[in-house]
Write a protein that binds this ligand. Sequence first.
Ligand code: ASP
Length: 348
Amino acid sequence: MPACIAACIARARTDSFRPALRGLAAAVALTAALTVAVAPGKARAADPYPSKPIALVVPFSAGGPTDVVARSLGAAMSKHLGQSVVVENKTGAGGTIAPAYVARADPDGYTLLIHHNGMATAPALYRKLSYAPLKDFEYIGQVADVPMTLLGKKDLPPNNTAELIDYVRKNEAKLNLANAGLGAVSQLCGLLFEQALQVKLNVIPFQGTAPAMTALLGGQVDLLCDQTTATLPQIAGNKVKLYGVTTPQRIRALPDAPTLQEGGLKGFEMKVWHGVYAPKGTPAPVVARLTAALQAALKDPAVVRKLDELGAEIVPPAKQTPEGLQSWLKAESDKWQPMLRKAGTFAD
Ligand code: ASP
């Protein structure tokens, strides 16, 4: 286990009562000071919150799919909050360093997390996790769903999914499959691919999609399954080989690309969802203010255009809420965790 994870876990253990105390103190202070402002799109000068920049922590490297969504969302939220929302990339351990950091941050609305399916899968992939996704956070809302694409390096011989299946079965020992870290959705997609074909490839984890993609473009790895938010430009530039999309239906951003199911991978289905979280104990008026800013941002034409261009689909309004995120996280945890525990694939 990397030293930083051990240190984080040790620190989290000694800190285990602090989030509750900090939450209480913050709530008392804010109850006295906060002017509740939940009206979307109105950042009033008199509001004590937010009075300084807000950090939006991304668990993966800059330039990757989660980062791209975070930057677009953060810029639009800052317009509605009247304060900068600054993206911070805290990478490592398959995206578990960032939630551990945010779970221990002051619950004052100035440190937020954006994360994907990893919030539902990490408890089954990491035996030692210093945070509980269903207990240690306040939920701001869901953002957007993003399809994934299965890619090969440009000169990989197979030209379609059927040929790929055959090629992988014959060459499994020599093929390198990149991912964005153990616990990343790209790892999950790779795992589903290996399971569907009953093969074991050489899995190479990176700190995020950005470095994994660089390795694919450079030909150091053979395969990568990742979100359209990062892969569309490489596909459009003909720099990689596209085998298919992971959704059950073809997607608008890549109308000619077959689904992996069409290519012969029956039942193969994966979509990436994103949510915004705050540390447990963040006062309800602050959560409401952040949810309103998130909802306003998801109507912002710049965000709508950017996400659409990248193949992402903004979630319906009912999901852009604390309840929408919390109940979805619970459902996804119930769906994936037993499956992953059964597979016995641990990341630590
Ligand atoms: N796409 C990555 C993943 O597989 C994360 C990222 O770099 O944003 O989880």
